[in-house]
Design a protein around this ligand. Structure first.
Ligand code: NAD
Length: 499
């Protein structure tokens, strides 16, 4: 049994807490490693060392820091297969999907290679007689990243790369279910030239998170995970005077208009609903066809596509559409929600419960489920299922469909399939959701835009990555300077004229 470590001051360090959490191989159900659940003292010590290391790193010029990102990017590329395998082994996603996980994180590292441009300040010449104003962006100090299980590479990279390029030190607390990728990324950052102590990976659970939130030397917290924890962390961090941005769960709808290409819409729904076993915050979990004909046509097209989905372990290669879910508890929760959908009157068109994978009987595999005639009062509509379950809510009109999305408490992503530009534009303009796809099912913005939801999908200010991240991880200082030699004839304070 592998006992995983923390990464402290550029070294793997075993925790002395004596507490551990199991890391499963979700395909076999076996425990393959133990993550240490570090103590409060270990966390505080890691923060103290990070605070020391940040001083020199913060004073390193931005271009040199960017060179570390360039070397880091090259190392991620070099180790792409190894990183993808690490992701797949602990998370369960297929290898192509795991490579996508690493790739989307790498793209944020690539934007951070241009950090000097993004960190440039502003200057006003002659704002008054002999007066110039300039604003600069300075690092916050020590910041923390707390990340979820579903993207073991991408989300730690979304946190680390901008925070470090801005000159901060970072405490990264990865998900205890999938800690190995973050530890390997820390090794690669050291190889890329990051000074020791600037990135500390501290594994743990709630007690370490609470210690981060209460540590006076942690200036900001970037969190990604479920909504109740996001809201809790935002409240406690803000109460302790920290800057916080906390991204939560989702319930993403796709509206299918009568003029949409139904084959394309069905293909998109299968990828967006069942890919990664539905364990994506941008997964489409609700299809909203407008009109009976659209709904019937869509269901007719979805059935053969969903029935064809291949479920299996990542070791099966490219032949598999999605892998197991993360834990046995997640499997039974998802199947319980499917039960509730049946009990509350939805029509279960395809039943994925009780799925067993031959040769992997103890794995956490869940077959794909497809529901029709779901209504907003049902638990399968209200809950974020985070599994391979697609619900269909039939709408009579476009306005009904739009209002369904508007009234939903979550606001991460949404999509519309239509051939009509006016409808698409109206939807993009009126919907109260942070990321919108038009004939595009998972509208995760590219790394030089920014990622963030609305309503209960995000708490706090500014988005992740892109220009917003450079604002979140820096504070602005504005200097107003007067140089008397610069005061011109006729100026308000013309001291020379007084001589
Ligand atoms: P989670 O909320 O259970 O855990 C996220 C992190 O919080 C982990 O590091 C965990 O150790 C920590 N944590 C868990 N319980 C805690 C507690 N009581 N107090 C303090 N810290 C605690 O989320 P998860 O199951 O790992 O990830 C799945 C969730 O993340 C889904 O809801 C998904 O939608 C969401 N997610 C959101 C985004 C986004 O950008 N909006 C992206 C990916 C995932």
């Amino acid at each position: 049994m592998t006992e995983l470590t923390n990464w402290i001051n550029g070294q793997h360090v075993k925790s002395g807490s004596g507490r551990f959490s199991d890391v499963f191989n979700p395909a076999t159900g076996e425990v393959q490693a133990k993550t240490p659940l570090s103590s409060v003292e270990e966390l505080n010590e890691a923060v103290a060392k990070a605070k020391e290391a940040q001083v020199a790193w913060g004073n390193t010029n931005p271009q040199r820091r960017a060179r570390v990102m360039m070397a880091f990017g090259a190392l991620i590329n070099k180790h792409m297969d190894e990183l993808a395998e690490l992701v797949a082994r602990e998370h369960g996603k297929t290898l192509p999907d795991a490579k996508g996980d690493v790739q989307r994180g790498l793209e944020v590292v690539e934007v951070c290679m241009g950090a000097p441009s993004l960190l440039k300040g502003e200057f006003t010449d002659d704002g008054g007689p002999g007066i110039d104003l300039y604003s600069m962006r300075q690092p916050l100090g020590v910041v923390a990243g707390i990340t979820p299980f579903n993207f073991p590479a991408m989300i730690p990279l979304w946190k680390m790369a901008p925070a470090l390029s801005c000159g901060n030190a970072m405490i990264l607390k990865p998900s205890e279910r999938v800690p190995s990728t973050a530890l390997r990324l820390a090794e690669l950052l050291q190889e890329a030239g990051l000074p020791d102590g600037v990135l500390q990976v501290v594994n743990g659970d709630k007690s370490v998170v609470d210690a981060i939130l209460d540590n006076e030397d942690v200036a900001a917290v970037g969190f990604v995970g479920s909504t109740p924890i996001a809201q809790y962390i935002y409240g406690r961090a803000a109460n302790n005077g920290k800057r916080a941005q906390c991204f939560g769960g989702a319930k993403n709808h796709m509206i299918i208009m009568p003029d949409a290409d139904l084959d394309k819409a069905a293909d998109a729904l299968v990828g967006a609903g069942y890919g990664a076993a539905g364990e994506r915050c941008m997964a489409i979990s609700v299809a909203v066809p407008v009109g009976k004909e659209t709904a019937d046509g869509l269901i007719e097209r979805l059935i053969p596509r969903v029935e064809k989905l291949k479920v299996g372990p990542y070791t099966s290669g490219d032949d598999v559409d999605y892998g197991p879910v993360i834990t046995a508890a997640a499997k039974s929760r998802i199947e319980g929600l499917v039960d509730s959908g049946v009990n509350q009157g939805a029509k279960l068109v395809i039943d994925g419960r009780g799925f067993e994978m031959q040769g992997y009987e103890n794995g956490f595999f869940v077959g794909p489920s497809l529901f029709d005639n779901v209504t907003p009062d049902m638990d399968i509509y209200k809950e974020e299922i985070f599994g391979p379950v697609l619900s269909t809510v039939r709408a009579d009109t476009y306005e009904d469909a739009l209002n369904l999305v508007i009234d939903n408490p979550y606001g991460n992503g949404t999509a519309i399939y239509t051939a009509d530009g006016d409808t698409a534009r109206d939807f993009a303009h009126r919907v109260n959701v942070g990321m919108v796809g038009i004939n595009f099912p998972i509208p995760v913005p590219l790394s030089y835009h920014t990622f963030g939801g609305w309503k209960k999908s995000a708490f706090g200010d500014l988005n992740q990555y892109g220009p917003d991240a450079f604002r979140f991880y820096t504070k602005t200082k504005t200097v107003t300077a007067r140089w008397f030699s610069g005061i011109k004839e006729g100026g308000e304070f013309n001291f020379k004229a007084m001589d």
